[in-house]
Structures are given as structure tokens and as C-alpha cells.
Design a protein around this ligand. Sequence first.
Ligand code: UD1
Ligand code: CA
Length: 487
Amino acid sequence: MSPVTEDPQLAVVILAAGQGTRMKSRTPKVLHPIGGRPLVGHVLDTARSLAPAHTLVVVRHERDLVAAAVTELAPEAIVVDQDDIPGTGRAVQVALDRLGDFTGNVLVLSADCPLADGATLSAFVAAHRAEGAAETLMTAVVDDPTGYGRIIRGADGSVVRIVEQKDASDDERAVNEINAGMYVFRADVLRTYLPQVGTDNAQQEKYLTDVAGLLRDAGERVAASVVDDVTVTYGVNDRAQLAEVGRLLNVRTVRRWQLAGVTVQDPASTWIDVTADLAPDVTLLPNTHILRATTVASGAVIGPDTSLVDCEVGEDATVRRTDATLAVIGAAATVGPFSYLRPGTVLGARGKIGTFVETKNSTIGEASKVPHLSYIGDTTIGTGVNLGAGAITANYDDITKHRTVIGDEVHTGSHNVLVAPVRIGDGAKTGAGAVIRKDVPAGALALSVAPQRNIEGWVEKNRPGTAAADAAARARPAQKADDGSQG
Ligand code: UD1
Ligand code: CA
């Protein structure tokens, strides 16, 4: 982010003390994540982009959990505790007390409204300053105003007051201009009028929304900024709104990457966390999730049906139908279909992890391949190695885990068990079905399966009258003839 000079006349107060009853959740509402970050994290990010002199977050419900998350997400933020007087007005009052004699403007945001972006909010603050208003409200005209506070305007169009859904008459409920819950106040105005807010309402709370009516009655100017894009005002009160706001955030994120040169074939089924980073000319195929701190380099093709969590994907790599967490995938490497990369997997450039392969805490060197049906755990593999189908590292002896170390240019036969701790030297080979319990020196061929012995006529003798015996009997003259022609 480009450095922004601090605005000494701006304080941001983020309200996060409410119970979030409608979420019906053990988790505090403002900690529910969308786009890879808790709701309050998005609001803290936006606040930071405005470079305020002070950022305060008001907490109460699940206070310790919320405070810990806030401190981790934004160490610069001051956590303020709300007392037992409920309501958004009281929440702002306790924050104001913490601001001492601050004389600038106070931008109030709700931790449950994560879609308000920095550009919208800085224009909002600028409009308040330009108007010289005591309070500026953000409002939006919506199709369905249910649940929001309504903006009641006078005959001249100026804001008279805000009425909450629960306190509104039928006529007032029909108003479809809503209070977005974002405000700029002059600090001195809050200091004068907040203490006058009462609790005589349906919820018996101190409503921040009542300040507008008090100001109007006192002849102070209340301005309103009507936003064009109503989605920036969307709040999360229940799980349906959580999903909808999460979807809208994703639409925004996908579009941002598309404009930055990423091909996204099906935006609706592609989920990108706000924390991920993609290079131009990445291609994302349908049903792909790029999560947390994942980075994808130019030319890589991810998906379909792939989930990458905290992964690093190199240039021109291909990752199909894969589930990967904390894995590094090298340049021009190929992964999938149907691969499971667990934490600590490092695949070198031009390497391959193929179908039905699970890897964990393992380094697979440059141009090395684990193509089919394998489990590779706690293993270091050199360069140019090919593991035959069905390679299993037996890394766990019931007590502890051990490492397998495979050198460069090693080829193993199909269906090998490598019993750790064990080392296979450079250029060595192993036979099919080998169980490798002892180190294999460089250049050796390791065989652990007894030579094959054929007992002629066993089936006809021991299983007479079975379909197998009949088939063997029918084959006998032909086989004799074959043998004859060779002899
Ligand atoms: C609030 C507004 C409403 C507006 C809507 C916009 C009030 C009275 N109503 O209603 O006009 O349309 O937001 O989304 O302000 N909080 C506290 N302390 C409290 C109560 C709430 O910090 O005592 C916090 C909550 O955690 C939340 C925010 O304030 O982040 C808003 O509270 P919420 O209960 O969701 O208010 P709404 O009913 O949505
Ligand atoms: Ca709300």
C-alpha cells in the first residue's frame, strides 16, 4: 500500500460491541469471515487506508475474543470497552471519552458493514468537510428497506431525523431511503449532543441515530450523502446477509484481478480471498478457491475444482482438481488431477505430483515425478527422480516419524514401500514390489521380492472341475504348440 500522510483531524470509531443475536452463533458476529478475513478486519483495513490520527474499536460482547482479533489485525487500533448501557449512541460516547480533547471529525463505522471501500469513505469525509455540517449521514435508496433506520426528510428535502424500523409508523416504514450506519460528526458536536440522547424507544437503547434529530432541533446542519452503489451500505445481521455480502465482496475481488490481467473463466464459482496475490496471465478455471496468503505466478493455470490455501505457485505451473495447503509448487510443475498436498510439500520446477497422490512435509526436487497412487511423507527427493506407481513412504513406526531421503536420478519400481528411516543413493533403482528397509547405495539395484516360481498344472490338479481348471485345460494344447514352435 502506498504510504498516506496521517490526517491529524480525523478519528475513526468502529462499533463492534453488539451481540449479533440474529447470527445465532457461538462466534461473535464481527469475527465471522468473508473473503478470508473477519468482518471487523475489512473495516479496519478500510479505516487504515484513510490514515486517521486515531482508530478506536468499541467492544463488549465476547470482549476478549474480539479485542484479541482487533489487536492482531490492526495493532494501531485502540480497543475501548462499552459499559452496560446499550446502544450505538453509548458505544460512540465511550469512544469519544477516550479521545480526550480531540477537535477534528469523527467517522463512525460499523464492524458489520464490510463493503464500504476507502474511496467511498474518503469522498464521504471530504463532503462533510466541504459542507461544514455538524453531522453528515451516509444514506442509500434501496428496494427493500426492511431492518434499516429510515431517513425522514422535511418539505425542503433536508434531513429531519432518523427513525429505526422498530419505532417507525407505517408511513415511515414505507420510506426507502435508509441510514447506512456510517456518519461523520464534528467531535465537539458529539460531546454536546450525545449525552442528551435518551433510551425512550422500542429497544430501550441509546441510539446514535437520535443525534441527527437533536441537531436539527438545535438549528445545526445535518447533511446527507446519498451513495449510488447501494452495496457499499450492506450490513451483516444474519447468515443470509453474511453469504450475500461475502458474494459481493468476491465479485469485487474477482473483477479487480480480471482487470489486472487474470483470466477467470467462471467468476461465480471462483473464490479469491482478499489476501491472495495473482500475477497477470494467470488462468483460473471453474470451481477454484484461492485462499489466504496464496500467491500464483504468471502463466499458471489453476483448476477446475481446486482449493489452494496459503500456497505458492510458480510460473506456468498447472494445478488441476487439487486440494493443497501450505505447499510450494515450482515453475512449470504439474499437479493433479486428484492430488492432496499437505503442509510442507515443496515441488521443484518441472516436477510432477499426479493422480491420487498425497504428500506431506516433503521436498520433491526439480524435474522429479510422483505420478500415480502414492503417499510421500517426511521425504526429501533429489532431482530427476521417478517414483513408480504405488510408492508408499512408511514414515511412522507407531512411536515417531522418520525421514526418507532419495538422491538424484533414482527410479523406483511399482508398488514400493520405503520404510523410514531409509536412504536411496543417487542413480539407484529398485525392483517392482520392493520393501526397502535398508539403505540402497548409489547406483545399486535393490530387489526384495523372492524370485517367482511357477508350479505347472497346479490348478487342474488342486481345483478340478472349476471354471479355472477348464480354461487351463483348453489352453494346454495351444500352449504346447507355442512351446513347440519355439523349441
Ligand atoms: C443500525 C442503525 C440503523 C442503520 C443500520 C445500518 C442504530 C440505532 N441503528 O441498526 O439506523 O440503518 O445500523 O446497518 O444505530 N453496537 C455496539 N454497541 C451497542 C449496539 C451495537 O457497538 O450497544 C455495534 C454492533 O456491534 C454493530 C453496530 O453497532 O457493529 C450496529 O449495531 P446493530 O445492532 O447491527 O444495528 P442495526 O440494527 O443494524
Ligand atoms: Ca447491523
